[in-house]
Design a protein around this ligand. Structure first.
Ligand code: NDP
Length: 380
């Protein structure tokens, strides 16, 4: 049987440096989705202050239920189709939904095979292939560091606060882990089939075992954890993810785009949420963001709040080219500095343009100016 999928790479802007952005394997992938992700990636990468351009790629391939060999074959086919268009100084890939260490390893292996080179053309590599310590956790940890800096600025903290999270993949799991480190209480998570509310706090060991080792659905969580309830996606009230019904101080959408709409925003506002910070890319709809703004809810936009992943990817690239490797502590310290600088730079832009705490506009202006200045400096 011949199985055909469509794969794409959108190389959007390389004014600041080589194209850089993740690869997504999910049945919902279309060129339009990759274009908005690549467009956002340009400004996210600019906001980090690092010298990388913006790109995104992916395929409508569904890794779920496939054997390791099928995944490997698909990764090889994907890479063989466009290895000529990428390179360590041209375009560097990374992970995203459905593309973790296993897929990254297979993509890298195929590039090496085809080009007879060991170039750093993809990040989020397994450690055995030159990956960086702290890269897997970087997006989730960075999200919480960013939110912590934002809260410190208004004299608040996450300590002892109830937090809700959607998703249960790489970003969600590491956000939950860092929330525990800071003394917060993360009580929800979700996947594509349903949502968990665990009033005692999410059991992280069980969650990791289910999602990272068994690659199983969250419905099995409740069998092993009596304090938790599970709501199937079909039973979500008005189609809105159940996790946004739970009263919380801070909400972290960490699954996918457009997952937090107007209805979810109203529920969060009615439950007195103080801060919403995006771990996923564009999870909050435009109308929901407007509502948060109207109600003075602090809002951390994805292009700032989840930039920790791409920032540590650049550290991975620099380690690969210098062959000098950082310890986990060094990476974590650099990540904390980068997230704190991102917040400071956006806040300065907000002050400069009299935007108060409108971090969405502040981030857009900051990212745009950096890219535009680099384009102008290169001549037209
Ligand atoms: P994973 O594939 O590890 O996890 C994705 C999670 O979201 C899973 O729990 C998945 O459920 C759930 N999910 C995916 N699609 C849907 C959907 N249509 N409806 C409901 N749930 C869904 O991906 P990541 O954690 O890496 O990425 C999550 C988000 O963060 C994405 O928006 C990504 O672009 C963004 N991001 C990721 C970065 C990274 O470093 N990984 C960097 C910056 C942003 P199930 O388990 O059932 O598949």
């Amino acid at each position: 049987i011949i199985h055909v999928n469509n794969g794409y790479r959108i190389q959007f802007n390389n004014a600041l440096g080589p194209y850089k952005g993740g690869v997504r394997f999910h049945p919902s992938v279309t060129p339009d989705i990759l274009k908005f992700l690549a467009f956002e990636q340009i400004f996210k990468n600019a906001i980090t202050g690092l010298h990388i351009g913006g790109a995104k790629g992916g395929a409508d391939f569904d890794p779920k239920g496939k054997s390791d060999k099928e995944i490997m074959k698909f990764c090889q086919a994907f890479m063989s189709s466009f290895y000529n268009s990428i390179g360590a100084d041209i375009d560097i890939l990374g992970g995203d939904i459905g593309v973790g260490a296993r897929e990254v390893g297979y993509l890298f292996g195929e590039y090496k095979q085809l080009t007879n080179s060991y170039h750093s053309i993809i990040t989020s590599k397994p450690l055995s292939l030159g990956g960086s310590l702290g890269r897997i956790s970087a997006t989730g940890y960075g999200l919480i560091y960013f939110t912590q800096t934002l809260l410190e600025d208004i004299g608040e903290t996450l300590k002892g606060k109830i937090c809700t999270i959607s998703g249960s993949g790489n970003v969600a799991i590491h956000a939950i882990e860092k929330l525990y480190d800071l003394g917060a209480i993360p009580v929800t998570c979700s996947d594509s089939k349903g949502a968990i509310h665990d009033s005692n706090g999410i059991d992280l060991t069980l969650l990791k075992n289910l999602k990272l080792e068994r690659r199983a659905s969250l419905e099995y969580y409740v069998a092993e954890r009596k304090s938790a309830t599970y709501v199937k996606k079909e039973q979500y009230e008005g189609g809105s993810n159940h996790v946004w019904n739970i009263p919380c101080f801070a909400a972290f959408p960490c699954a996918t785009q457009n997952e937090l709409g107007e209805d979810c925003a109203k529920r969060l506002i009615n439950n007195d949420v103080k801060v919403v910070s995006e771990g996923a890319n564009m999870p909050t709809t435009k109308n929901a963001i407007e509502l948060f703004k109207e109600h003075n809810i602090l809002f951390g936009p994805a292009k700032a709040a989840n930039a920790g992943g791409v920032a540590v990817s650049v550290l991975e690239m620099s380690q690969n080219s210098s062959l000098q490797y950082f310890t986990e502590e060094e990476v974590d310290e650099k990540l904390q500095n980068i997230m704190s600088n991102i917040y400071t730079d956006i806040k300065k832009t907000c002050d400069e343009y009299c935007l108060e705490m409108d971090l969405v506009s502040g981030a857009n202006i900051l990212g745009f100016k950096r890219v535009a200045n680099a384009m102008i400096a290169q001549g037209v």
